[in-house]
Design a protein around this ligand. Structure first.
Ligand SMILES: Cc1cc2nc3c(=O)[nH]c(=O)nc-3n(C[C@H](O)[C@H](O)[C@H](O)COP(=O)(O)OP(=O)(O)OC[C@H]3O[C@@H](n4cnc5c(N)ncnc54)[C@H](O)[C@@H]3O)c2cc1C
Length: 411
């Protein structure tokens, strides 16, 4: 790739996660000079953490279904994903020497399930293109111009004037990776509408009995369907001392959060035997248990695993456990009351952030012309499954192109 041209335009990209790296790549490939700043000593720390779980880079859903994962922002994402799609992300990975594959669930992973080779090659490509990387530079103020003020590790401050800026400062979870959400006050001071950062793809609190914990803690409950207020999700759950977590709850984060904020608690219904209808379950249980205990009966007739049986028994009356019809109803719709939401720092991602009302179609802040925003710092949320990284790369691409057009018009 050619080195950056000696044009007078210089774009500052702040945040070296997937969104910022993508924006820097777009600009560098167009031969615009780029300064990439990050508060941390190294780039892409949350991306590397995602790599520990195998790096679910994106998903093979068709476009309309993919865009629906972004909920109320579906239409906007459909349009942006048309510009940088899952196929484009896979092609980017391939160009970096990272081959990807589609798993049985439709999720897309690097063949070696690692994040480091992707990150290392991308950062090297940026350096080769002349991008100047400034680590340990924390953005603390931004003003029209744009003029950016950074605090350095030694306590000194520097001011940096740029032709345009892309901010990709991440959400508010896993602060240890650098995305601490501390930027919200800075943008609000500039008149940008920012919605409070909240936990998404997170655990929910349950007041478990000691008996339930003894039987089920840390043991996965597989092949479930969870329903709440008309929404449902399929997947797995794990019982923890705190409560419940897993991909059968993550897509329901938004309605569960709202219900708990409004009423302090919400009841979910868990279908513990998805592959059988309620009638089929009832038929199997109609034979009667004879001398068998409830647990033995459920294990034999329905092949329910011990943690699922423990969950069924939690809070059930003796009458419910002895009547086959009621028992069948409980297997298909086991109530669990959630009474709290995990801390933001413990969540996989965050909801809230810069309101889409505050940006134009190029993701430029209306209050700060020439300043673009991308990634998880924007107010969108999506379940796990590759939709988070795809959202970060796609918005980074759109913001990078926005900044490119902006500096071209300025020149
Ligand atoms: C445990 C875990 C596993 C995950 N697994 C997956 C997965 O498999 N698939 C998936 O799609 N998603 C996954 N995610 C989510 C995904 O990693 C994030 O959505 C994604 O990294 C967001 O990218 P971003 O560029 O918006 O922000 P980030 O990656 O958070 O990057 C933001 C950057 O901005 C820097 N920064 C912040 N504030 C400042 C400041 N004031 N000045 C300068 N720099 C600053 C930070 O240091 C950081 O480098 C996972 C997340 C976690 C926590």
């Amino acid at each position: 790739m050619p080195r950056a041209a000696d044009s007078s335009a210089r774009v500052a990209v702040v945040g070296g996660g997937p969104a910022g790296l993508m924006a820097a790549l777009v600009l560098a490939q167009a031969r615009v000079a780029v300064d990439l700043f990050d508060a941390m000593p190294t780039l892409g720390r949350k991306f590397l953490v995602a790599g520990k779980g195998g790096l679910n880079l994106t998903h093979s859903d068709p476009p309309e279904l993919f865009a629906r994962r972004y909920g109320e922002h579906c239409a906007r994402f459909l349009q942006m994903l048309g510009r940088f799609s899952p196929d484009h992300l896979r092609a980017l990975a391939f160009g970096l020497g990272v081959e990807t594959m589609v798993g049985s669930s439709g999720r897309v992973f690097p063949k070696d399930f690692k994040a480091a080779p992707f990150l290392r090659t991308l950062v090297q490509r940026l350096r080769d293109a002349g991008v100047r990387i400034h680590s340990r530079h924390r953005l603390v103020e931004i003003a029209a111009g744009p003029c950016l003020t950074f605090a350095r590790a030694d306590g000194t401050r520097i001011e940096h004037e740029a032709s345009a800026a892309v901010l990709a400062l991440g959400g508010g979870s896993w602060r240890i990776t650098g995305s601490d959400g501390a930027w919200t006050a800075m943008l609000e001071r500039s008149g940008v509408r920012v919605l409070p950062l909240q936990p998404a793809n997170c655990a929910f609190a349950v007041r478990w009995s000691p008996q339930l914990l003894a039987r089920a803690e840390g043991r996965p409950l597989k092949n479930l369907a969870v329903t709440t207020a008309g929404a449902n999700a399929l997947g797995e759950l794990v019982v923890t001392r705190f409560g419940l977590e897993g991909n059968a709850l993550y897509p329901l984060s938004a309605p569960l959060r709202s219900a708990i904020a409004a009423r302090g608690r919400v009841t979910i219904r868990i279908d513990l035997k998805r592959e059988l209808s309620q009638d089929e379950v009832r038929e199997r249980l109609a034979t009667g248990r004879g001398k068998k205990s409830t647990s033995e009966f459920l294990r034999r007739e329905l092949r329910l695993a011990p943690p699922a049986i423990a969950l069924m028994r939690e809070g059930a009356s003796p009458y419910e456990l002895s009547d086959p019809a009621r028992l069948a109803a409980r297997v298909k719709s086991c109530p669990v009351e959630l009474c709290g939401v995990a801390e933001l720092d413990d969540a996989i991602s965050s909801a809230g952030g810069v309101s889409f009302d505050a940006v134009d179609d190029h993701l430029m802040l209306r209050a700060l012309p020439g300043v673009f925003v991308a990634g998880e710092m924007l107010d969108w949320e999506a379940p796990t499954g590759g939709y988070l990284l795809q959202g970060a790369f796609t918005t980074g691409f759109v913001a990078g192109h926005g900044a490119l057009e902006f500096v071209k018009l300025k020149c």
